[in-house]
Design a protein around this ligand. Sequence first.
Ligand code: SF4
Length: 481
Amino acid sequence: MWSAVLALSWSVESFREAARAALRAGIAPECIEWLADGQGGLLALPDVRDAPVLHPSPRVPRAFLGIAETVLCHRDPQRHALLYRLLWRIAHGEPHVLATPTDADMRRAMQLAQEVRRDAHKMKAFVRFREVPGDHDNFIAWFEPSHHILQRVAPFFARRFAGMRWAILTPEASAIWDGEALSFGPGGTPADAPDFDAGEELWRTYYAHIFNPARLNPRMMTQEMPQRYWKHLPEAHLLPSLIQGAGMRVREMAEREHAAPKRRIPAPPLVLPSEDIRREESLAALRNAAQGCRACPLWEPATQTVFGEGPEDARVLLLGEQPGDMEDLSGRPFVGPAGKLLDRALADLGIDRAQLYLTNAVKHFRFERRGKFRLHRNPEPSHVQACRSWLAGEIERVRPQVIVCLGGTAALAVFGNGFRLMEQRGTWQTLHDGTRAFATVHPAWILRQPADRQQEAYANWLDDLRLLLTLPAGNAAIPHR
Ligand code: SF4
């Protein structure tokens, strides 16, 4: 048995040095005890760095380093052993293990990486600086991340708040930006950060004004903004009273609204989707049949059924929520602003849109009229249910290898009620018939983010979509350009 002692448990350099020495000595994963952050082992074992060199330095794929950088930030004590096991397997006849997301080690590594990315995302969203009393333009924030992410996230704040001096204190380390350079120091306590900032009162007033009671969804709110972060957020003190008064404010808003004008276009002949839509019918026949669907009330105010489009033998089916305003007018999915963002993401990933089958869980546009505007409204679960047979018909005929759900409604249609989008986004799932699928946010959700968060939301979304590139090369579901 050997030990691998790491000075910093999250440091790629520390891990790389020990892992390289162990590989060169030919030490198998089960023969190493990984120790970090001053942890002592039960036995006094020789260090892997003192082991004799028996083999040349192995070539480590760049993709592995990318995964390792993220996974090492996790607090899981088994992460070093996991990464070394992956490295060992790559070096011993399994070069494709990184592209095998069904592999148990790889799945665990992806899960840890996802948790680290989520923690980093929360830190970017919920750090709040307070000005140091009597020291103009010098700010301190207190934050308690779940993982070792300070060094990973601090450069984001250095770019974003380059013009001011700030420090972020966490229990185990601090990041300091003096206006020119970023440095790191020891951890602190909440008492080291100011407990008041005069600007917060203004922010609370603004927040109370922009709070839209009609869009209140307490479950989503606590999912997006878990209560453990509330202590960092000045606006959190307002939430209980805003939530309590939301019902009354919505009733007041409803009373102020005008009734939508009645449509006079005669109703088309009735067609109901059903589970037994004949299988021998082609996709084109199914598309034609869906044009007359009236299985739920959404057909009436909408312009037309927006059916899916793309090759009938596409290997990837991208599933959105419902058509938007432009899709409703053009009759094609993903052609509005969200579709443009999707095009950009696909281009960034080198994926050809023409090779994908694109469709929506609900085929008619649900909206609310405000004057001359038609504002998007989420479809109800009953609409998703009513439209399910059309989607099932598309899946039946296209038979994709992979289904990508964009947004909560698409995830509901594919995975059912128990799926938690923001917790399970970007992780592979296997459907009952063996089809692989994963969910991520809808591009419209990214467009709805505040301007200063959109870039990050987009980067996280790309990370999720990048899963499509991890499919084995010989079985590539995605053609690369
Ligand atoms: S939304 Fe779906 S189920 Fe409802 S009318 Fe349109 S096609 Fe039919």
